[in-house]
Design a protein around this ligand. Structure first.
Ligand code: ADP
Ligand code: ZN
Length: 288
């Protein structure tokens, strides 16, 4: 089966064609402009390609409640041109095929559970630490949606004892995203994140915040694998620091082998690499 996939990001859109084996046969990428321009390019790419299903992993917030009047919309986003944009409705006019719509991070969680780091597992967490922080979760084989969809980046965290930075979230200031997303690191230290040396204390502070998020999600969602992606996680030195902080913060309360013995295989980098977004969107089309 030929499957169409769209990774709808705030800075770029990636469209691709693949199959249920997780192979990508063709892909294109273009910057995110206004919906009129960008969605027209999407339609142009998929026209006459003969895809049988279309999966979309989108930046948010989005409406994924099928009973809602605004199902398939990007809703109140800071990217103003996209506020209340009916993405699914627009594409439906051109393609009479099933269209699947979810958050980019839910897609990534499902893609990793289908073909990647959490292959074969029914419970996993995917967190991205990039321009923002977002999370997707597979629980008992189903993606968590609920009232809206999880907004894991905005959980509240304890401040690091040496951190005087006020926080960057426009809503909460010092929530997890406000303290630990890429732009917060850069504003706190006055440097691009990739310019900070590996031994800089920024990374200890960063690991402390990310670990708090991971601990809270371990305690609430009970994932069998925790996958940490996004630009900031390219700093490999973060992984051992995060694992250590997670164990310390849990204080022996969770006594599973994953935590006590195999934490190096429990908290890991994504396996799907540059195709993670597209494969995630493709995976969305394979569950009903
Ligand atoms: P997005 O979140 O927009 O999809 P990314 O996941 O690539 O994109 O995140 C971009 C952010 O990640 C930037 O704000 C930057 O601070 C940070 N970043 C990107 N590359 C690196 C790197 N090599 N090391 C540390 N931080 C990085
Ligand atoms: Zn916030």
């Amino acid at each position: 089966m030929k499957i169409g996939a769209i990774e709808a990001g705030g800075t770029k859109f990636v469209c691709g064609i693949g199959n249920e084996k997780g192979e990508i046969l063709e892909r294109v990428s273009f910057p995110t402009e206004t919906p009129e321009i960008t969605l027209a390019k999407v339609v142009e790419f998929f026209q006459d390609k003969g895809v049988e299903r279309l999966g979309i992993g989108s930046f948010g917030p989005i409406d994924i409640n099928k009973n809602s009047k605004t199902y398939g919309y990007i809703t109140k986003t800071p990217k103003l041109a996209w506020t209340d944009c009916d993405v699914v409705g627009y594409l439906k006019k051109y393609f009479e095929i099933p269209i699947y719509f979810d958050t980019d991070v839910n897609g990534a969680a499902l893609g990793e559970a289908t073909w990647g780091a959490a292959k074969g597992l029914e419970n996993c967490l995917y967190l991205t630490i990039g321009t923002g922080i977002g999370g997707g979760a597979l629980v008992s084989g189903k993606l968590v949606h609920g009232m809206l969809h999880p907004e894991m980046g905005h959980i509240l965290v304890k401040r690091h004892s040496e951190d005087k930075y006020e926080g960057k979230c426009p809503f909460h200031k010092d929530c997890l995203e406000g303290m630990a997303a890429g732009p917060a690191i850069e504003e706190r230290w006055g440097k691009k994140a990739y310019e900070l040396p590996v031994e800089h204390k920024a990374w200890d502070m960063e690991a402390y915040y990310i670990a708090q998020g991971v601990v809270n999600f371990i305690l609430t969602l009970s994932p069998e694998k925790v996958i940490l992606g996004g630009g900031v996680m390219k700093q490999e030195q973060l992984f051992p620091k995060i694992r250590k902080n997670v164990v310390e913060l849990l204080k022996g309360y969770i006594q599973t082998e994953n935590i006590l013995k195999n934490i190096d295989e429990y908290i890991v980098y994504p396996k799907l690499g540059d195709n993670a977004g597209l494969l995630g969107a493709m995976a969305l089309t394979l569950v009903d």
